[in-house]
Design a protein around this ligand. Structure first.
Ligand SMILES: [Fe+2]
Ligand SMILES: [Fe+2]
Length: 159
């Protein structure tokens, strides 16, 4: 879960760095939630985290995952299938949280479990998926611009 960004070759560097930065941002929000003192702050953190995760998973599903599957289905197929199922679980929790108020029963539990799922998924991407992309030396540079654009679109929708 602590992939070192400085050792990524240039053909993968920008895209993988973008994804890792998103991961760190999400992890920071889950951590902050633990020490949040009042419900307004909790709601703000949950709103930010849900928006960021929705944009991040959207970018991966629209660009990154299909590109990998197309480039090398044998290497990436089953990892990407798992990733899809993990994203779907996260989306269900996000949908629940978006309907809830911080004073409700199970609100903290929903967000905590979302954090646990997210950390698990991040570990799989950073320990298994990204190293394989680097090992196969896939040139991701054509994804840089579309990924950035989709991220901005998705973040704007949530704002
Ligand atoms: Fe990711
Ligand atoms: Fe993902």
């Amino acid at each position: 879960m602590s992939m070192n960004k400085s050792h990524i070759p240039s053909a993968q560097k920008k895209v993988i760095t973008m994804l890792i930065d998103d991961h760190r941002e999400a992890q920071k929000l889950f951590k902050e939630f633990k020490s949040a003192k009042d419900n307004n702050r909790k709601a703000e953190i949950v709103r930010q985290a849900c928006a960021a995760l929705t944009a991040h998973t959207g970018v991966e599903e629209k660009h990154f995952y299909p590109f990998l599957r197309g480039a090398d289905p044998k290497t990436f197929g089953s990892l990407l299938d798992e990733a899809k199922v993990e994203h779907a679980s996260a989306k269900e929790l996000i949908a629940q949280l978006e309907e809830m108020q911080p004073n409700e029963n199970l609100y903290d539990a929903y967000f905590t479990v979302l954090g646990e799922y997210t950390n698990h998924h991040i570990t799989e991407e950073e320990d298994e998926l990204f190293p394989k992309v680097i090992e196969k030396d896939l040139d991701l540079r054509e994804l840089e611009k579309p990924m950035q654009e989709t991220k901005e679109e998705l973040m704007a929708q949530k704002a």
